[in-house]
Write a protein that binds this ligand. Structure first.
Ligand SMILES: [Zn+2]
Length: 284
């Protein structure tokens, strides 16, 4: 099933990380590229590393929660990027968001798929962008099996991969490092107007032919190296942390191994990385 899912995935969607030097290409780079403007090359550093996100369509609460948790546990936790919002998209006005539409699909691809329309800040859309048009403006579409059976790992993968495009990253197999070519992973050729940030990464979440068969939303160490090269790391940024009154006793520190166990129990995408750190620290 994994192999079948993986193969099907390769026909539809899919990292050393490349960041798009130019944006505007649709998800399926095999068939669609668009004219580019200088605005389309902006990455999120020009927005203070803030990526405002909203959901264009109602429903799919389970899958939306999985996507948000996976994106926060990967790109956000491991870089200076912050994804904000995650509420319903405004129906009017000019405030811009990464507007994520959702729609139903069957059980192909383990019940989940996605596509992103462009790279970097060029994907931002406002409600007013859709005036006079039949379809609401959208930056991305995710499709899920409406019966709630979409595989959790697959949904995490879709979230992490598609938001990788939002951060500017292109398909890893379409980079000069893919010297193996079709022997490892078929590619229409090198992505134009992009620059490599790392060495080629066969297992990147942005590589259609990663070892997880596009069924897990994990970042590799190279993915993390790449995203940090552009967006840095969090510097003591308070992610939901409250300031305690003076004199409050410090909480007992959580060991890396306890953190790993907790992550595993929650089936968090962060679990493998924490487990590796635990092992490296001599734990288990
Ligand atoms: Zn993709």
């Amino acid at each position: 099933m994994l192999a079948i899912a993986s193969k099907r995935v390769r026909t539809f969607v899919l990292l050393p990380l490349l960041i798009a030097g130019v944006a505007g290409a649709a998800e399926n780079v095999r068939t669609s590229t668009q004219p580019l403007t200088i605005k389309n090359v902006q990455n999120w550093t020009e927005n203070g590393n803030i990526v405002p996100v909203c959901w264009e369509s109602p429903g799919f609460d389970r899958e939306k929660a999985i996507v948000k948790a996976a994106v926060r546990a990967t790109w956000e936790r491991n870089s200076g990027i912050s994804f904000t919002g995650w509420g319903d998209c405004p129906r009017s006005g000019s405030d811009k968001f990464v507007r994520v539409a959702t729609a139903s699909q069957d059980d192909n691809n383990a019940g989940a798929n996605g596509a992103t329309f462009g790279y970097g800040m060029a994907v931002l859309k406002s409600a007013s962008d859709g005036e006079g048009r039949l379809l609401a403006p959208r930056s991305m579409i995710m499709t899920f099996n409406p019966d709630g059976s979409a595989d959790q790992g697959r949904v995490e993968y879709i979230g992490v991969h598609e938001f990788g495009h939002v951060l500017g990253f292109v398909h890893e197999q379409d980079t000069p490092g893919n010297a193996e070519g079709p022997a490892h992973c078929d590619s229409p050729g090198n992505e134009p107007n992009a620059r490599s940030l790392t060495t080629y990464d066969r297992d990147s979440v942005m590589n259609y032919c990663n070892k997880d068969g596009n069924m897990l939303g994990n970042l590799t160490a190279t993915d993390i190296e790449g995203v940090q090269a552009v967006y840095g790391v969090h510097t003591a940024k308070a992610l939901g942390r409250v300031k305690l009154p003076p004199g409050t006793p410090a909480a007992a520190p959580v060991s890396i191994c306890d953190a790993a166990k907790s992550a595993r129990a929650r089936n968090s995408p962060a679990a493998p990385g924490l487990e590796r750190q635990c092992s490296a620290a001599g734990g288990h």
